[in-house]
Write a protein that binds this ligand. Sequence first.
Ligand code: MN
Length: 408
Amino acid sequence: MKFIHAADLHLDSPFEGLKQVPEPVWQLVYQAPFTATTRLVDQAIDQQVDFVLLTGDLFDRETQSVTAQLFLNTQLQRLIDAQIGVYLSFGNHDYQTDGQAIALPEGVHAFDSSVSTVLTTTHDQQRVAISGFSYPTRWLDTDMAAQFPERGDADFQIGMLHGALQQSRDNHYAPFTLGELTDKHYDYWALGHIHKPQFLAEQPPVVYAGTIQGRHKNESGDHGYMLVTSENQQLNPEFVPVNPVDWVSLTVAITDQQTETELIDFVLRQLATLTDTAVFKLVSLTLTNVESLPGQVLTQLNNGNWFDRLSQIQEDRYETNRCWIYECRLQPADAQIQYSQLDAQFWTDAKAAVFTTDVLTSAAGKKLLSYPFLADHLRDSTTLADSQARAESELLQQARLEADNHAD
Ligand SMILES: [Mn+2]
């Protein structure tokens, strides 16, 4: 037998933070989860798999656009028409209140909020039991793994679980321990929720398929699904990437560039080293060694003019090069910098006192922190690093300009 395990399609993801990219690039990115899903269905039909498992977060939000619902139903219908079974559950992003679940094509099995088991027979006459459940609410603090039945007498038993390993805090997503799962003696655990594809155990496999398309730079690398085949009594998953878009970090150390144009040419030459064009790349650019730049160029970097010029030049190239630099961050050196009007020690002390997560969150206040997305953003270490780098490059620019004035 052969089946596909996927999870976290996150259809309708808003891809925030990409508002500056040209419309055709944005469309490509917005469509990426849909394109990846279509590829999965194409390949399921090509491979004549017995069934497809989708373990939660099919949609990015609990209320989906009509377009996303129609899209999913069309793809699921293609599977049903090809005699491929579909077993799905809803996760924390697309939780469905019991009795109000969205309409799905006939023949699709959607698990409801309590753990249940369905039986199916594959083309090669193997009897497979599939157990799973859906989220009825955004958070699920209960130990759902405990509610999965002991392994029955089917030839294979598979568990579908959207959740996270139990940790000391943040156990809002059907927390489980690996031991709880392996103690059930299932032949495969099809996990969802964690977006990086990964194995918690090799054999029998306990596997996160990962999200089908990375949604931001922390979800870079290949994304896709697991194609699982049986060999005797074992199920062997093989990862198949289908993501049309990837997130890439490009760090460019400035050497002797002295003008804006030289810097643009230099960056574009480094960009050309990302040679694989099969997957469109969204590039986060980090410029280091910015201390070596003249004050004028630093000013253009800090006020965004340099990035605007770079974007204009990218317009003519991105279709061929299949990449787009969507952000540019400046990273001053770690070494203590002597700002002309500012005592270096004073800055070092001030930096240590000001750039802490506590200061940042207390500035936001309790009311703003009650929004989880904002609290997460402020507590994210990159937010702190970005603010500090921003302050440093502004100070550096100031120091350079003052020095240039003196020289005049
Ligand atoms: Mn998810």
